[in-house]
Design a binder for this molecule. Sequence first.
Ligand SMILES: NC(=O)c1ccc[n+]([C@@H]2O[C@H](COP(=O)([O-])OP(=O)(O)OC[C@H]3O[C@@H](n4cnc5c(N)ncnc54)[C@H](O)[C@@H]3O)[C@@H](O)[C@H]2O)c1
Ligand SMILES: O=C(O)[C@H](O)CO
Length: 309
Amino acid sequence: MTQRPAVLIMQRHLAPLSAFLEGAYDVYRFWEGPPIEAAHDIRALIVAGEFELDKSLIERLPNLSLIACFTAGYDGIDVEWCRARGLPVTHAPGVNHEDVADHAIGLILAARRQIAEGDRTLRAGGWSLSTRSITTSLSGQRLGIVGLGHIGEAVARRADVMRMNVRWWGPREKDASWPRTDTLIDLAQGSDILVVACRADENNRGLISAEVIEALGPSGLLVNVARGQLVDEDAVIAALKDGRLGGAALDVFAQEPTEAARWVGVPNTVLTPHTGGATTEAVQGMLMLLLQNLSAHFADEPLKTPVAD
Ligand SMILES: NC(=O)c1ccc[n+]([C@@H]2O[C@H](COP(=O)([O-])OP(=O)(O)OC[C@H]3O[C@@H](n4cnc5c(N)ncnc54)[C@H](O)[C@@H]3O)[C@@H](O)[C@H]2O)c1
Ligand SMILES: O=C(O)[C@H](O)CO
């Protein structure tokens, strides 16, 4: 009988994948203890791309031949380093972007129309007939998108229907229906709402800097559905506290899970725990790609969705 390939799942929240892998693979789980005995057998790592992948672990697995990333983002993986060791990396592009775009619009609505705050006020008995909050209309708002990839485009399409005025910025010009600004600062200065939707890598850490936040200004809303490391989070908190930034609606954070205490007393924020792409449907699509990549790899066939660059 030929030996089944062994795979190692790195993060505990990916544990449900075991049930789909065990038919074809010997499955190890990192949180159950480093796979010292099985180190020689492990052929693939299964990872969530937002967590830093420990290079020293990779070096301890002599027969590792694939890094299979369950997620769209792969910022935690040093792809060049892996490539230099002949280790291909796969990910799950083009599967969860519509859900993330829905989430971004949800965050914008929650923040601008005070839906989350209204819910809190009502439940605390704060609804009185003597006052009524007046909120901001989304129609006509200038929406800036940082990174016009799968998510950025899906946000732009939704914003068009909602009669917002869309512009975008990214390092490369591309054929798109929406105008691209010359610089990120131009985009921030000319936006009421700035949605961060780009890939995160070592070159764009802190891209949404204090200067960009300043340019967005006291009535601007910052939305981040991409990665926390793209934003100078300390600068965002400071600007929110002293009114230099109007609001922030965030699904991703510098540290995940973010400390609840970090957000106490930070006004005009709507926060969600990195659930933008977490729908049953998207997860099924991501699982499908993971299984296809693994079986292609072990059959010596071309990978379905390798990291392209
Ligand atoms: N919140 C969530 O649950 C969730 C879900 C999926 C993806 N994400 C994150 O969102 C990112 C984008 O996802 P996608 O599916 O749109 O990926 P994508 O590859 O389709 O698009 C990424 C875009 O970023 C652009 N880009 C690269 N570097 C840039 C820079 N320095 N400045 C501006 N733009 C830049 C690229 O040109 C590309 O258009 C992922 O890499 C991931 O980190 C988050
Ligand atoms: O990149 C993704 O697919 C999501 O952020 C989940 O990690």
